[in-house]
Design a protein around this ligand. Structure first.
Ligand SMILES: [Zn+2]
Length: 219
């Protein structure tokens, strides 16, 4: 079996999705791109995360053909592979239906910069139009809308987060839910004071220079 360490990482982060309350049941999916071999590993369809073993992770090429594995790949693999086909920097994608972010996705409402952590995603969290799950049409819509951001709300669906590796894409998925929860709560009792583009630019520079320190509190 190839890429055992990377398979283990997907198993581990699948369980983290549950621990961090970013998904329930079999929702969401995770992939890693092995750029040197132009292949990707993705979580299987329909198996609860605690039951997923390394051998259940599916190896695909960028045409979406299964190279190794007896399981069915996640039905949303198009949304992952489009980033590996078309970018030089994305090597991992995490997709969730995390609750607060999905509330805004159902409203087709972008999340505005009310907290500096949003700098790890973009200067706001945009939302793309609704397209049927598991279609290349959805993948195209996501890819078109995300631009240079690291995360996006999927209209009437959920969240996508991308990064240079799995810890990075997972961290973005977590940040999106954190910000969405703040935005929901702040909006329910008042009008959040938004950060300026200049303030966010400074944050992004600091993140780039020092690495993204994950020291803020979460429930
Ligand atoms: Zn989904």
């Amino acid at each position: 079996m190839k890429y055992v360490e990377k398979r283990k990482q997907i198993v581990e982060y699948g369980n983290k999705l549950l621990e961090e309350k970013l998904t329930t049941g079999t929702g969401g999916n995770i992939s890693i791109f092995i750029r040197e071999d132009q292949v990707m590993l993705i979580s299987p369809s329909g198996i609860p995360y605690p039951e997923i073993k390394e051998e259940d992770i599916v190896l695909l090429n960028l045409e979406g053909e299964v190279l190794e594995g007896n399981r069915k790949p996640s039905s949303e693999y198009d949304m992952h592979r489009i980033f590996y086909q078309r970018t030089a920097h994305v090597n991992s994608v995490v997709h969730t239906h995390s609750e607060y972010a999905t509330v805004f996705a159902c409203l087709h409402e972008e999340i505005l910069p009310l907290h500096y952590i949003i700098g790890s995603v973009g200067n706001k969290i945009r939302c793309c139009d609704y397209k049927t799950f598991g279609t290349y049409e959805l993948a195209e819509e996501v890819f078109h809308k995300i631009g240079n951001d690291k995360g996006l709300l999927l209209g009437n669906h959920g969240v996508i987060a991308v990064g240079g590796d799995l810890p990075a894409s997972f961290s973005v998925a977590k940040d999106i839910e954190f910000i969405a929860k703040l935005y929901y709560r702040a909006r329910s009792i008042g009008k959040p004071v938004l950060l300026s583009d200049e303030a966010l630019e400074e944050v992004v520079e600091k993140f780039d220079t020092y690495g993204q320190l994950r020291t803020y509190g979460q429930e």
